[in-house]
Design a protein around this ligand. Structure first.
Ligand code: HEC
Ligand code: HEC
Ligand code: HEC
Ligand code: HEC
Ligand code: HEC
Length: 170
């Protein structure tokens, strides 16, 4: 009886699996390694900066972009210059200015994603990244799986053709 009901359950489960793609499981929120300079979006909310002040491509380019040390030092040459994290900024500037930020959201190379078209479609940053401005430390909070992309596209009647997001022959 136990085996029979087990078989029945298994058969029902198989029958229920939709013939659509089932992506890999993401465990969210997904934390990332410590950033090279401690930066809090929440703490900077008082400065009333626009997201694009530090992520200049978010509205018009493929990549949103991440800030170099000079962007931070525009304020921090005078604000809290002796803070140990701020001192690290000067060190990075001496070495060319690039800061090796640890990525939080990233899709594989073979996926085409551009911020420009999504911002033009008036989709807010928080839809794909969560309430960033309320966070001291960022973790991945929203899925970037193929299923997540496709379900919004389906809901908004945007194409879900394979080559829309993948170059042919990947
Ligand atoms: C528009 C000016 C501005 C910019 C640009 C800016 N900050 Fe700040 N930052 C502030 C202000 C204002 C504070 C709050 C200072 C306070 O609480 O006394 C602050 C606080 C900090 C602190 C904490 C200092 C403390 O005393 O606790 C760190 C670390 C920091 N910022 C790092 C950064 C980094 C890294 C960047 C670049 C990605 C950056 N900031 C860009 C204005 C700015
Ligand atoms: C003062 C500069 C500054 C401002 C303003 C700012 N950010 Fe950031 N942002 C950073 C820095 C530095 C990082 C890299 C460190 C981190 O992940 O916390 C970052 C990381 C991110 C990431 C993760 C990037 C990745 O690796 O995938 C997202 C998403 C993001 N910011 C969204 C926003 C949004 C949305 C706003 C506006 C509400 C905003 N940011 C405003 C400096 C800023
Ligand atoms: C439709 C979903 C979506 C929206 C809306 C969106 N993002 Fe992203 N964002 C992503 C994805 C997906 C990635 C990873 C891209 C990659 O790996 O090429 C990403 C990456 C980033 C990064 C990492 C650096 C980079 O350039 O890839 C930052 C910073 C970022 N987003 C900020 C923002 C900001 C600020 C906004 C609002 C103006 C925003 N995003 C709106 C999906 C979105
Ligand atoms: C919240 C809804 C939403 C999510 C999530 C979303 N998209 Fe889109 N996407 C749209 C809309 C709306 C458009 C149509 C924009 C237009 O009309 O140009 C679009 C357009 C596109 C385009 C074609 C325009 C261009 O940029 O060349 C690509 C490619 C694309 N999305 C890829 C992705 C990928 C990859 C993901 C997941 C990482 C994703 N999208 C997640 C809503 C979404
Ligand atoms: C709206 C964008 C979008 C469309 C349309 C799309 N994909 Fe994807 N695809 C993605 C994203 C994003 C990933 C990466 C997911 C991740 O981070 O693992 C992916 C990953 C993949 C992978 C790698 C394996 C995996 O499961 O991650 C394959 C294979 C794939 N897609 C095939 C297809 C095929 C075949 C189609 C057409 C039926 C298609 N994709 C349509 C966005 C899309």
């Amino acid at each position: 009886m136990k085996i029979a009901s087990g078989l029945l359950t298994a058969t029902l489960l198989v029958a229920q699996v939709p013939r659509t793609y089932q992506g890999k499981q993401e465990k969210l929120p997904r934390e990332v390694a410590a950033q090279p300079v401690a930066f809090s979006h929440k703490q900077h909310a008082v400065a009333k900066l626009a997201c694009a002040d530090c992520h200049p491509g978010a509205g018009s380019k493929e990549r949103a972009g991440l800030p170099a040390a000079s962007r931070c030092l525009a304020c921090h040459r005078t604000i809290a210059p002796d803070h140990p994290e701020v001192r690290k900024l000067s060190e990075f500037e001496k070495k060319g200015g690039r800061i090796p930020w640890v990525r939080v959201y990233q899709v594989p190379e073979f996926v085409f994603f551009s911020h420009a078209s999504h911002t033009e479609a008036a989709i807010g940053c928080e839809t794909c990244h969560g309430p960033v401005a309320e966070r001291d430390v960022l973790a991945q909070e929203v899925s970037t799986s193929m299923t997540a992309c496709m379900s919004c596209h389906a809901a908004r009647e945007v194409s879900n053709d394979c080559q829309f997001c993948h170059a042919l022959g990947f």
